[in-house]
Design a protein around this ligand. Structure first.
Ligand SMILES: Nc1ncnc2c1ncn2[C@@H]1O[C@H](COP(=O)(O)OP(=O)(O)OP(=O)(O)O)[C@@H](O)[C@H]1O
Ligand SMILES: [Mg+2]
Length: 68
């Protein structure tokens, strides 16, 4: 199961492989950028099968959608 803290700044997961690289900011920044564009982001993961990060972004601005 994915940690609920995965999108928090400076959070780094504990894995069998020593995770020393990075700062724990990558996913937090990605979430900020996606949400600033009106999108959303989430993780899908299954134990032993890896994780997939998915996001959705609008193709048009919300105000344009409302005008139609
Ligand atoms: N591609 C990936 N594969 C496996 N685990 C990942 C992956 N990306 C992120 N994670 C997990 O999520 C945690 C947070 O990721 P995040 O990208 O925010 O930080 P980071 O990769 O540790 O550092 P950086 O700031 O360099 O991106 C990681 O520490 C790791 O546990
Ligand atoms: Mg990263």
């Amino acid at each position: 199961m994915t940690s609920p803290h995965i999108f928090e700044r400076f959070y780094q997961g504990r894995t069998k492989v020593q995770h020393t690289a990075g700062s724990g900011l990558g996913l937090a920044l990605v979430k900020k950028v996606v949400e600033a564009h009106g999108g959303r982001i989430w993780i899908e993961s299954e134990k032993g099968k890896g994780a997939t990060v998915r996001f959705i972004l609008r193709l048009t601005k919300p105000e344009k959608v409302q005008q139609q």
